[in-house]
Design a protein around this ligand. Sequence first.
Ligand code: FDA
Length: 391
Amino acid sequence: MEHADIVILGAGAAGLFCAGSALRPGRRVVVLDHATRPGEKIRISGGGRCNFTNMATARDRFLSQNPRFAASALSRYRPQDFVDLVDRAGIAWHEKTQGQLFCDGKATQIIDMLLNRMRGADLRLGAQIGALRHSGDRFELGVDGQMMTADRVIVATGGKSIPKMGATGLAYDLAQQFGLRLVETRAGLVPLTFAEQDLALCRPLAGISVEAQITHQGGRFRDALLFTHRGLSGPVILQISSFWRAGEFLTIDLAPGRNIAEALKQQRGQGGRMAVATALSHLLPDRLAAAIAAEQGLTEARLADQPNTRLDELGARINRWQIRPVGTEGYRTAEVTLGGIDTRDLDAKTMQARQVPGLYFIGECVDVTGWLGGYNFQWAWASADAAGRAD
Ligand code: FDA
């Protein structure tokens, strides 16, 4: 029967990185994936340029039932460590905003770098993974209808997001099989969808982007908001989607840093026969201004005719827009899966299952989910390095 010292399930960001960290002279490392190409999510990440880390990585940039869990791995493998690898590989990069680092060229450069780094490991794509059993101090694993044994099994099969790209719930199934607890999973970093009455505003504005600020359940973000045919998207919405739960209202400021009611009162004070929609268009994108004026029945109205109470209402509509999403676009488009393997059942230094020596879980399948902006890859690298280097 074939034997490996370490079998890694999943050749995504975490699995590929872990293989490179685990290699030692004489050690047999096998990486298995059912996909025909490795690192598919890396390839499409960051709009094809891979936002491979964030220099502002800190544990408060992650959601988890236990926010302290990630700190150990993140402090031992830092963003600068990954930047050093990227530099050594001669990959040009740039900082976009807020510490987000992207490749200047294609994301595939990162995949090539990871494949080079794990040279010496045996990468098997198109592999069908069967049953996993713990037998004595070894594991037995079915692969393509054959059995193989391994001293350690590292599960890096990711979360449920984007099934079309090969996502499955394998990590969660294995965790449950071996008695680990799960934190309920849900789609994160995902567009929000709205009921028909709210879509009356969103739909005609599809494609328009505006800077917005949203504070919700401990998350506070200011970034671009994009109207879509089904609701709202854009970075600020993706960020807040990870904090939002079904049934909750969101309060959105469509003009952060600007008190719309006061600005309108000032414009009114300067006299003139300006229409409300025109006054609004000095403060918001034209189409959004026109749509809100129409929604409020103010298309023909003159600013000079509006009492303070009406301008206060209009200001609140823009600075404190209350809206209740009906849902999210779900795993079909979600960038990440929130929840997952309960960190109480993992060792924070090595990612090893506390009750099952030799079994490890890394990357997105663990209940550690980063904000948008390169944090999820940094978690993949850091958790993978922790497991790969474990003695
Ligand atoms: P990942 O999903 O990368 O890998 C899991 C692997 O396991 C896959 O290769 C899959 O085929 C394999 N697998 C699954 N089930 C299996 C089974 N049953 N049998 C065999 N193999 C199986 N993050 C970031 O930091 N910066 C960014 O720019 C982006 N951009 C981005 C864009 C888009 C569109 C998405 C969907 C996601 C991002 N992300 C991101 C998130 C990032 O891609 C994600 O956090 C990491 O890829 C997670 O790495 P993992 O290795 O844990 O899972």
